[in-house]
Design a protein around this ligand. Structure first.
Ligand code: 3HC
Length: 680
């Protein structure tokens, strides 16, 4: 983007006795050091000007301020302190109104809460999402939001980090009025309204606040139960509880909690996860122009195909779904209907749009009915011959320029593409079950896949609300290959006498959404195991019970097998379980990076975070690896290798890192596109 880096970030414009302050720091007007300096200078200059009777603050571009500058986290805060700045606004002698448009989040909303009236432009969303970054609002949000919206709403908004719609913000009193004007026009009009008395103003710090001790306690109990690993939610509650004290005291309590959170590894992990979601779009094909996609085709109406179809329908695409039998099509239709009902329950789809959305689905038992689709996803049985015959047929049927994607997790895209006369249009699109919910979309790029086909797959991922991650060809893409290896480590511990349920519990306490054996029983991410399990109807758990319980026969067999092999029963500690599981995961992840299957370590982190329930507050396996350091990981592998040197091998990349003081974070920086490295 061509931008003048030295352009002022804050500008004053005079309109009669009104002064407009415009914040202009693309792309999202983050409140960086220079913005804070610019605001301070503007306020000082305007305070000294007796001809100014009202101030209006607004943002240039797509949004008012979307928060503090996350890139400045972890460094000492440069002056001016946002609290001083916001205090300066709150105490300003003449009225100050703020015009809110776009996504007014975190420090942006906190800034607005310092002004004397807040006017939203229709469509604005407000929120305090700091908790999602392991923090709490640190510029007065925990003190001023309860004052305008009450403790209950503040607890909800701050603990969820959710975005609040314009109407809700109005009804909660977070904004005072909604308008339709462009921000600058609104700024002029609203400052005039303040002057003629038709828009009233007040200082939030002076508002009375009703103590809600019972609500505070209840919220704390719930957080302890539901998010036992997280530090910042409890600190949010503590700061909100302090809002009944005078503002100056509450701000001190808030700041202490904020700084404590800022210094945690959780905050670093969550911020890494935030950037991971965005870093993965930096692909070699990013300058290629995506092909237009208006209609989607899906082959296979099983759980996976139905999930993919649901996801496309929810994004507004017409979908043609093809299966071999009417019976399978009927089941697919039922699954998709039920998925859409689920989307309505979650608030993802408006109830009155449900039938119309389902109406965009057409069913067919003939591949030729895919002749109008621009992007076809094959989600048939995971078998190379099956896929080859489908792609050979598609080659005849699909319209010119249509993209033919396979949702394989293991097979080589080149082998599948080879049966077609248009290998450049073939790509991997690995969705994960449940495909309508899981955010990850691994995009497997074959040797001959055309750049614009890759770009189209990424554009489609975005429209589906998914996180596309580029994967090269190897033995499995990124995720399944890594998870298979850590699963093997879990199996080895099991064979050594540790119960699967104990392994699951240890990893769930570490933060995984689901332990490996439990997730196996549900989704079958490990294909060999899942296949066996589905065929025999047996697993490690009895899923007919709620909550599910370990499946006794399976455990007995495991113990008997151990005895036969002469292995004494042995139970690893939780710490040892996590160590072995994570060491296996990190080792394989390092190989995936070393072989270039993943572009960068952060891409691997994104895959595990968005597709495999990896604890977000740990930032992903390779971010977590950096917190241990390469030498520690190397030592662990060598220690385990004494028992089993075939399985435990040190990847070259890790050895080199240990020798040269390297980290995955440094590797991320080195592999970033040069242009971006210099502009930030
Ligand atoms: N600081 C620095 N960079 C930011 C940023 C922020 N607060 N918010 C967004 N960006 C960057 C993104 O990294 C991205 O950069 P890239 O183009 O180099 O990848 C670019 O801005 C555009 O962002 P998105 O791609 O996410 O654009 P969208 O339009 O999809 O979303 C958004 C915009 C809703 C503002 C989204 O970016 C977002 O949620 N941002 C984070 C908001 C946030 O968490 N604010 C609170 C910060 S903490 C705080 O304020 C502390 C205070 O209490 C003291």
């Amino acid at each position: 983007m061509a931008m003048n880096a030295n352009a002022p970030k804050v500008e004053i414009e005079r309109v009669g006795d009104i002064a407009l302050i415009r914040i202009d720091n693309p792309p999202v007007n983050a409140m960086s050091e220079r913005v804070r300096q610019g605001l301070e200078a503007a306020l000082i200059a305007l305070a000294a000007d007796p001809s100014v009777r009202a101030l209006a603050l607004y943002g240039a571009g797509r949004t008012f301020v979307a928060g503090a500058d996350i890139r400045e986290f972890g460094k000492p805060l440069a002056p001016p302190d946002p609290n001083d700045l916001i205090g300066r606004i709150e105490n300003f002698a003449v009225p100050v109104v703020s015009i809110l448009h776009g996504t007014v989040l975190g420090g942006g909303l906190e800034l607005a809460l310092g002004t004397h009236a807040r006017v939203g432009v229709e469509g604005v969303q407000v929120g305090l999402p700091e908790v999602l970054l392991g923090l709490l609002p640190g510029a007065g949000g925990t003190q001023r939001l309860p004052r305008v919206a009450g403790v209950a709403a503040a607890l909800d908004i701050i603990l969820s980090g959710r975005k609040v719609s314009d109407r809700e913000a109005l009804s909660l009193g977070i904004i005072d009025r909604l308008v339709r004007d462009a921000p600058r026009d609104a700024a002029i009009a609203m400052a005039k309204s303040v002057l003629d008395g038709s828009l009233s103003t007040r200082r939030v710090k002076d508002l009375h606040i009703k103590p809600e001790n019972a609500l505070i306690e209840q919220a704390a109990e719930e957080v302890k139960r539901r998010q036992p690993n997280l530090v910042s939610p409890l600190r949010c509650i503590e700061a909100i509880a302090a809002s009944t004290r005078p503002l100056s005291e509450g701000l001190i309590a808030e700041r202490k909690a904020f700084l404590d959170c800022m210094n945690t590894t959780q905050r670093a992990g969550l911020v890494h996860a935030f950037f991971a979601e965005r870093a993965v779009t930096d692909i070699p094909e990013k300058t290629a122009i995506p092909r237009p996609v208006a209609a989607i085709g899906v082959i296979g109406a099983g759980t996976m195909g139905s999930g993919i179809a649901t996801s496309a329908l929810l994004a507004g695409f017409p979908v043609a779904l093809v299966e071999t039998s009417d019976e399978a099509l009927r089941r697919g239709f039922e699954t998709i209907s039920a998925n859409l009902d689920g989307a309505v329950r979650r608030g993802q789809l408006a109830a009155d749009l449900r039938d119309r959305t389902l109406g965009m689905l057409s069913l067919s038992a003939e591949l030729v009915d895919l002749d109008r689709a621009d992007f076809i996803v094959e989600a048939a049985f995971e078998n190379l011959d099956v896929k080859k015959s489908i792609f050979a047929a598609l080659d005849v049927i699909a319209k010119p320029g249509a993209i033919m994607a396979s949702s394989t997790s293991f097979l080589n895209i080149d082998d599948i593409a080879a049966v077609t006369a248009r290998a450049t249009d073939v790509i991997g699109a690995h969705f994960l079950p449940p495909a309508e919910l899981t955010r990850l979309l691994e995009i497997g790029v074959g040797t001959r896949t055309a750049p614009e086909v890759v770009a189209t797959a990424f554009a489609l991922a975005k429209r589906l609300g998914k996180v596309g991650v580029r994967a090269g060809m190897g033995d499995g893409f990124i995720g399944s290959r890594i998870v298979r290896q850590s699963f093997r480590a879990a199996e080895r511990m099991m064979i050594d006498g540790t119960r699967p349920s104990q392994i699951d519990q240890a990893l769930e306490r570490f933060g995984f959404a689901m332990g490996p054996f439990r997730s196996l029983g549900l989704s079958g991410r490990n294909p060999d195991q899942a296949g066996r399990e589905r065929k025999t109807g047996q697993g490690f758990y009895d899923h007919s019970q709620d909550p599910i319980v370990p499946y006794k026969p399976a455990l007995q067999i495991i113990e008997e097998e151990g005895e036969k092999a002469g292995i004494p029963p042995h139970s690893f500690t939780d710490e040892e379980i996590v160590s072995r599981y994570m060491t296996a995961m990190i080792s394989e992840a390092a190989r995936v990076v070393e072989n270039g299957i993943a572009l960068r370590p952060i891409d691997v982190d994104a895959v595990l975070l968005f597709g495999y329930g990896f604890p977000r507050f740990r930032g992903g396996p390779l971010h977590y690896a950096d917190t241990l350091g390469p030498t520690e990981i190397l030592n662990r592998i060598e220690r385990y290798a004494v028992e089993d040197s075939g399985f435990w091998q040190v990847p070259d990349l890790l050895r080199r890192m240990a020798e040269r003081n390297g980290t995955f974070a440094k590797l991320n920086e080195m592999r970033q596109a040069p242009a971006e490295r210099h502009s930030g």
